[in-house]
Design a protein around this ligand. Structure first.
Ligand code: FAD
Length: 465
């Protein structure tokens, strides 16, 4: 190993590798504190040519590779366990912005926030919004096919991409950096890299779609009785294509934020079982307010909702959003947590929650299910916080049993075990177990064709045989 590392270093520019544990350490642990990695060396290429050099050097010295962007992934896919870590964060240039074509070409290490800023500079938007957007990168967003708050209106990352540039396991460069809206020339190869979690190659740049900035976004926080009522509210408030966000949070989710962050308060005097956060795009502030007032007063008359707070300015709007954005952080105060990122057809969400709450609390008496998330997309973050005064490690040992229960319900309701975070190493066993065998075999055939030596993120997504 030592000899190979020496050879690897000799094949690369001096300033793109590091063995300094102080520099590498933050890249070896992640947000959920589940995976603690190790790597003999971290490479930080600055250009696509340097990525090619890194991949060739790794291959020649028989090293496996884990690509990493902003390290905000939630399923362990970016954390090396002995592989060489290639961090893309130094590749963060905006290569090209086209107002007339509403497109932008950015390098993989640009943060999502940097892409938002570049789009806003020409009065456009890139409509992927995640709480992690200050840190997560475009390469990571594509590799996980990230979802976020605006999927309801704009789709997932996959829907926002024209094409990618990627370095393959054999060192070739695939150039799919088109900005064509129509191109019927066979398989969509760029799409293969979206959601591939770094298993097929390293994305070095992407051509992305931009959209018109809404003139005004009207936000409201609504209190209601149950997920069933949230379903009715969704149907009641879609308002053509104007709705761009429909997020739910149970009371315990909201409480985890307001109790633990003194700067964030509930705008309601009373407490309610469930809350919904809605955004509508409108042509003016006056129009947005009128639309929200009309929709919510009729929802109240129809007894769909208990109460509502309509944001009247930017500050109120941000305050409401900050509740939703801080649920994961707030939940950390409740101790250990078993987390799921599931999706079912929207109409089955109430069924899912009812069944899951019942079976999970039977398995772990006293546990606190925390459900929140992208209800409008059929996607719920179903997290189980440990019972108070129970040993965290003992609680976390129930993860596999809880998964079995939750994923059985998801399967029964024709859902998916991962709506947006991906498979990583966390759900690899479940994917193998629950996938249609034909689908699973096709995934393996593609992987084998593009990466026969299993160089790229070898422990992630699939079992090789
Ligand atoms: C507070 C918080 C909120 C979040 N909210 C959401 C949300 O609403 N919706 C959502 O979908 N996700 C969410 N996430 C998850 C995470 O932010 C996304 O998965 C994000 O897309 C990961 O980007 P990253 O740059 O951090 O990737 P990383 O974590 O670095 O990597 C993720 C995966 O992509 C691979 N990868 C990274 N870069 C490349 C590349 N250039 N080429 C090939 N493979 C690569 C890695 O190997 C790994 O498998 C959230 C995370 C946090 C911490």
């Amino acid at each position: 190993m030592k000899q190979s590392i020496t050879t690897l270093k000799s094949q690369l520019p001096k300033d793109i590798w590091s063995e300094d544990i102080n520099i590498i350490a933050p890249h070896l642990k992640e947000w959920r504190e589940i995976y603690n990695g190790n790597t003999p060396i971290m490479l930080t290429p600055r250009t696509t040519d340097e990525v090619i050099k890194c991949v060739n050097a790794c291959r020649q010295n028989a090293f496996k590779i884990v690509p990493q962007g902003g390290n905000t992934g939630l399923v362990g896919g970016q954390i090396p366990m002995g592989e060489v870590l290639i961090s893309l964060t130094k590749m963060n240039r905006i290569r090209e912005v086209s107002k007339v074509n509403s497109s932008i070409i950015v390098e993989a290490g640009a943060t999502l926030q940097e892409v938002h800023n570049a789009a806003n500079n020409i009065n456009k938007q890139f409509p992927l919004f995640l709480s992690s957007q200050g840190s997560c990168t475009i390469g990571g967003n594509l590799s996980t096919n990230a979802g976020g708050n605006h999927v309801l209106k704009y789709g997932t990352t996959r829907d926002l991409v024209f094409g990618v540039e990627a370095v393959l396991a054999n060192g070739d460069i695939y150039n799919g950096l088109t900005n064509l809206r129509k191109d019927n020339t066979g398989y969509d190869l760029s799409n293969l890299f979206i959601g591939a979690e770094g298993t097929l190659g390293i994305i070095t740049a992407a051509s992305l779609k931009l959209f018109e900035l809404p003139k005004h976004t009207q936000r409201a926080l609504i209190a209601l009785q149950s997920p069933k009522m949230a379903l009715e509210l969704l149907d009641h408030s879609r308002c053509g294509g104007r709705m761009s966000m429909f997020e739910v949070m149970s009371h315990i989710s909201l409480n985890a934020v307001t109790k633990n962050f003194s700067a964030i308060r509930s705008p309601f005097k009373k407490t309610y079982p469930w809350y919904v956060l809605i955004d509508w795009d409108s042509d003016s502030k006056a129009m947005g307010l009128e639309l929200a007032e009309n929709l919510l007063s009729t929802a109240y008359e129809k007894k769909i909702i208990h109460d509502a707070v309509i944001a009247h300015n930017e500050t109120q709007s941000k305050e409401i959003l900050s509740i939703r954005e801080n649920i994961s952080a707030g939940q950390k105060f409740l101790g250990g947590s078993i987390k799921f990122d599931i999706t079912v057809p929207i109409e089955f969400i109430p069924d899912f929650l009812k069944k899951a709450d019942k079976l999970v609390t039977k398995l772990i008496p006293g546990c606190r299910p925390i459900a929140f998330g992208h209800f409008g997309d059929g996607n719920i973050h179903y997290n189980i916080s440990q019972p108070p005064n129970v040993d965290k490690e003992k609680f976390l040992k129930k993860w596999d049993d809880a998964s079995e229960i939750v994923f059985d319900i998801v399967t029964e309701l024709n859902g998916s075990i991962s709506a947006e975070h991906g498979i990583g190493v966390m759900k690899k066993r479940e994917l193998a177990k629950r996938s249609d065998p034909v689908k699973y075999n096709m995934l393996k055939l593609i992987k084998n064709a593009l990466d026969p030596d299993n160089t790229m993120n070898p422990r992630v997504l699939l079992y090789r045989s």
